[in-house]
Structure formats: C-alpha cells, structure tokens
Unconditional design. Structure first.
Length: 559
C-alpha cells in the first residue's frame, strides 16, 4: 500500500524519469559506437588501475555491462543507469523544488539527454560529483564517522572517473575554509588518498604519462583567440543548444543562503574560470566542465524561484524546452538512422559494421595495423572481432596502445597495414569501404617497436640555432623480453622535430641498444629560432618513425 501511495504521489516525476530512461536505453542499443567509446571498450579488455588518458572507472563500467550484453547496449548500460541516478540525486539536492521547473531545466539541457547514454568518463564523473555533493551536505549537517568515510569514498570515485574531479574538491574547500579546521575532513582526505593509491602507483610505474600528456603535450605553442572564443561558445551549447545562456546566467546570479550553496556556486564559477584561463595554453574541450551539471542545475532552479527579476524565464522556458526537445529528437533519429547520406555530421556513428566487414574481407585473415589513430583499430576490433593495432608516428600523440603488449603478438607474422590516402607510404593494395577509400601495404614479416621508451634526461632546453647538443637517453624495454628485429630492415634509434618535419637517423640500432640502459645521442638543432617539440623515435622499415619518448621542449634562440 505504501509503495502504491508513493507512486501516486510522485507519478509525474516517475513518469518523466521512466520516459527519460526508456529513450536512453533505446538510443544506447541502436546507435553505433563513437570512436572514443570503442577505444574505452578496448580498455575494458585490459583492466588495469590506470590508462594513458584516464583513470579506470569507464573501463570497469563497460566490463560489467558488456558481460551481460555483447553489443553497444552492453557497452552503454552502466552509463544509462548512472545518468538516471544523477537526475534522482540532483532532484534530492534541491530544497522546496518546483517539479515543473526542474523538468523544464532538464528538457532544455540537450547534452544530458543525448550524452547521458554515451560511454565516456564524463558520465561517471557527473554522477559521483552529484553523490559527493549529497554526502558533503550530510557532512555539513553531521560530521559523523559514517559521513566522513562516505565523503572519502565519493571523492575517490570522482578521481577514479576523471581527474577533473579534483577541481570540485578544491573549490569546495575554498568555499568553506573552516573545513581545514575539521579533523574528520583530514581523515576523509587521507582515506581518499589511500583508496586512490593504486592508480597513483600505476602512474608512477609508467612515469606519469597522463600528467605529461595533459599538462605538457596538449599545450599549444602559441595562444590563439579562437581557443577562448570556442570555449565560451562551447559552454553555452553544452548547457543547452538554445537555453544554455539562461542556465549559466541564473547559476551565476543565484542568491546564496547557506554554506552548501556557496560550495555549489564556487564550483560553477571556479571550474568555468579555471578552464577559461586554460585556453591560454591551448584548446579546451567543451565537455571538460560537465561535472558542474548538478550545481548549475540546482543554482539555476533556486535563482528562478528566489529572484523576482527572473520570473520572466518561467514564461519562455516552456517554449525553449519544446524547441530543444524537437532538436534532440531529430538528433536522436540521426544517431540511429543516417537519413542524410553524404552529409558528414559525426560520421563515426554510422556504417561501422559494414566498414569493418569490408576491411576484414580485404585483410583475408591477417591482423590489421592502422597509422596514427587509436579509434580505427578499436572500432575494427569491436565490429569484426579480429585483432588490430596502431602505429603512432612522431606526428601523432601516444595512446594506451603504447602500453599494451598487443604489438609483440604480431612480430614475424603477415599483417595488413591500412591507411587513408593522405599517408605517404608504399602501397600494395587499394580498395573502397563504407567509410571511403583506403590503401594498404602487405608486411610479411611485421616488426615495430612502440613499447620501447626512450626517456631523455632533460625535458626542456634552450639552445643556439644549429647547435650540436648531446642527449642522454634511458632505454626502457617495455616488452620484458629480448626484442627480435627484421633482418632486412634493422630498426634504428633517431630523433625528430615535429614542427620541422625532419627525422634524422642515428647509427645506433635497436638490436645493439636493447640491452643497454643509457644511450648518448647528438642532436642537431634547427637553424630557425622558435619553439620546437623534440621526440626520440625508432625507425623501422617502411613504417613512419614511432613515437617512443615524451616531448622535449626546445627553445632555439639567435644569439
């Protein structure tokens, strides 16, 4: 009887959430994987405490769902559930809520409707951020040991989802410096650190690749105004294709009534400001701020309820919601059915099955090696069930494929090296697929050495133009075995300046160097003053030199 009464009392809310869930489940099952989703699916085939790009939460959720359903639905099931739970928690965090207003705000946020089923680290980050705020509110009301441990767990789970969760904790502390006087808050931080230690150890054991990539290698050499403009426009679109401006404005002007709401506002303003400043260093992806979904929703809701000057928004929100839902519905249909063939709007979500079949037929039983794309081998493996790999050249960033030992399973075997026409490599085959024209080179036997790392002693140097400068490299054999070599095309260690597009081979071969710990290599600096990215590489046969080192920033000056 009590359950019946509950559903009667909350029938509109439950109906809204049910429709939200059913649409997400349908979308999850009938939309082909995005590139990054396929990449994270490969994560789940190699469970570990960390990955090059992200912590392991996304891989764990995929593993659980894919164990039940071996298809796109299984890959996304965990995300759909977390997205629904995020709405429920956000609903709980709003005091004296106006249900109609809550539904309208959700309806104008197109990203939450469309992206809530995608298998990306953002979804668990949003969920565990909302859970963190729920527990933090309880912690403010009662600093019990139960709430202390739950607070620690929520922080750890945020960090295991995506590193950006650290910003939420940081701005929460800044909003309430009295936390620094609370003993149990320190206990929560210590427990969080202990829980997060396995990932920190993984980073240490792999020489902190995520920090190197996100803090150094993603930096642009020069600032561009477009970085800032794109970020601002991206934030408005992220919170609603036509009403994002309204949600952000309301969140900014919301009058604060307690310590908890101050934390929400500090997080919204702090995160947006942090990434705005980050545009000075390079391009910032719009989705990097998604963890402020819950605080922005709560503040926007409360601002409209509390400020008379915002009552006008209640009149236009229904119209904005209807327009947004229509836009979202069209996009939902397009994600399932390519009703505009030839128009490339996120072509990655269409024709993957046929493309994989075309590629598999051309490979004729051979593994496929792609060039400079972690997405292609991931998609190929998911939709064909056949092995694949990627070679990351000096022009491309490293990826998790540089840490898996898949490569050594291909040594000495015939493979098909597949690449798009813009790659300048020898061609033995040319064929068409559902995703355009491809070229291929038949390598027999195949050898490449992406798991060899060359660690320079210096990460940044200032030199004269044309200077000959010695570098000491630590050679690390990531295969944990004696490395075989192609007798006809012996691999050599060399260096390359990415911007200069020049690769210079050394006379030091991999076969001779593999047992040595230190390598001394002389690098000839560019003649033109400027800032360059120096990378140390392994050159092998017809393949482009692989990306085997972290980037060394070289500043060339004209003394």
């Amino acid at each position: 009887m009590a359950i019946t009464e509950y559903f009667k009392k909350n029938q509109y809310r439950n109906l809204f959430l049910l429709v939200w869930l059913l649409l997400a489940l349908f979308q999850a099952g009938f939309t082909e994987l995005l590139d990054d989703e396929a990449y994270y699916w490969v994560y789940s085939r190699h469970l570990n405490w960390g990955y090059f790009d992200h912590p392991p939460m996304v891989a764990l959720l995929i593993k659980a769902g894919y164990a039940l359903f071996h298809n796109e639905f299984g890959v996304r099931l965990g995300m759909v559930i977390l997205n629904l739970l995020t709405l429920i928690i956000t609903d709980k965090l709003i005091p004296r809520r106006d249900n109609r207003l809550f539904y309208l705000l959700l309806c104008v946020m197109g990203t939450m409707q469309l992206g809530g089923m995608l298998t990306v680290p953002d979804i668990p980050l949003i969920f565990f951020t909302s859970l963190f705020f729920l527990i933090y509110r309880n912690f403010l009301e009662q600093q019990s040991w139960k709430n202390t441990l739950l607070l620690a767990l929520s922080m750890a789970l945020m960090f295991y989802s995506k590193y950006h969760g650290i910003l939420i904790v940081a701005f929460t502390v800044i909003s309430n410096l009295n936390l620094l006087r609370v003993f149990k808050f320190y206990v929560a931080c210590i427990v969080t650190t202990i829980l997060f230690m396995p990932h920190l150890y993984w980073q240490f054991a792999h020489h902190f690749p995520s920090l190197q990539y996100h803090l150094v290698e993603r930096n642009a050499s020069t600032y561009r105004l477009t970085f800032t403009n794109e970020y601002i426009l991206g934030q408005v679109l992220l919170f609603g294709p036509i009403a994002g401006w309204l949600i952000l404005y309301c969140a900014f002007v919301c009058p604060i009534q307690n310590t908890f709401e101050r934390a929400l506002k500090f997080c919204v303003i702090g995160v947006l400001s942090f990434f705005l400043l980050s545009t000075i260093k390079g391009r910032v992806e719009a989705n990097w701020t998604v963890m402020i979904f819950t605080p922005a929703m709560i503040l926007a809701h409360q601002a409209i309820r509390r400020k008379r000057s915002l009552k006008w928004s209640l009149k236009i929100l229904p119209y904005l919601a209807v327009i947004t839902v229509i836009i979202v519905t069209v996009v939902r249909v397009y994600m399932v059915w390519d009703f505009m063939p030839g128009v490339e709007i996120r072509p990655e979500i269409h024709h993957n099955k046929q493309w994989a079949e075309d590629m598999k037929k051309q490979a004729a039983g051979r593994p496929v090696v792609f060039i400079n794309s972690y997405q292609w081998p991931s998609k190929y493996m998911f939709y064909s069930g056949e092995p694949a790999y990627v070679i990351n050249s000096r022009y491309s960033r490293r990826s998790q494929y540089n840490y898996w030992d898949t490569e050594k399973q291909l040594w000495g075997k015939p493979v098909m090296i597949a690449f798009t026409p813009e790659n300048k490599l020898p061609v033995t085959d040319s064929f068409s697929t559902a995703k355009g024209h491809w070229k291929a080179y038949s390598a027999n036997p195949y050898y490449s050495y992406s798991l060899i790392t060359l660690e320079p002693a210096m990460q940044k140097v200032t030199v004269k133009r044309g200077e000959h400068m010695p570098f000491i490299l630590h050679l690390n054999n990531g295969y944990n075995m004696q490395v075989p070599v192609d007798k006809e095309n012996e691999a050599v260690v060399g260096y390359a300046f990415e911007e200069a597009l020049v690769g210079v081979k050394s006379d030091l071969s991999v076969s001779r160097a593999i047992d040595r710990q230190l390598i001394r290599m002389e690098v000839i600096m560019p003649e033109k003053p400027g800032t360059y990215h120096l990378k140390f590489c392994v050159f092998s046969g017809i393949l482009p030199p692989t990306h085997n080192s972290q980037t060394v920033t070289v500043v060339v000056k004209d003394y």
